[in-house]
Write a protein that binds this ligand. Sequence first.
Ligand code: SAH
Length: 208
Amino acid sequence: MNNERMVERLVKAGALRTPAVIEAMRAVDRKEFVPGGWGAYADSPQHIGYGQTISAPHMVAIMTEALRLGQGMKVLEIGTGSGYQAAIIAKIVDPGIVYTVERVSQLREFAEENIRRMAIENVRLFVGDGSCGLPEYAPYDRIIVTCAAPSAPPPLKEQLKDGGMLLIPIGPLGYQDLMEITRIGDRFEERNLGGCVFVPLRGEFGYR
Ligand code: SAH
């Protein structure tokens, strides 16, 4: 198994269909983001330490497709983890910027090393409570949350541009719905993209 074959499988399964997303997942080798490289190409989450996981490849594919990214977009990610999802988004939006917030400082270091090794320059990494967003650089075209929230944190909705989209797993621990929330002026339109399972979003607007 290698990264190319992993991507081919996702295309065949229908999880990947947009050329720019396929190209980005080809360019970013998942093995570089999994400690020791173990199980890097299996379609399952893998442990990255501190009780956290890198999401399964099909979930990264589905979420990246759902974001409908374009070049030059400003994107906020909550839950940097290994940096894999951020690296893929960065490839697609370049020269746009990905801002990513992680609460575990050791994981921020891990992610930064991984992203640097890939020579990706348009990711800015922060340590903090991402449930409050990152108001300093708002508003964002897209906000992606890669951990499960009890409900959509109000600060994340506020930090969206008009026409911007928040992609977030919402629901109890153990099973959530992947929600697409689009801002239209001061109105928010919600769409349920289906079931998923993520580790919890902690912090002020997450699980305590
Ligand atoms: N996107 C990651 C996977 C992230 S797993 C990847 O591609 O590898 C979810 C991450 O969210 C974990 O690393 C966890 O520490 C982080 N997290 C949980 N609550 C958070 C919060 N309030 N702010 C920022 N990060 C948080």
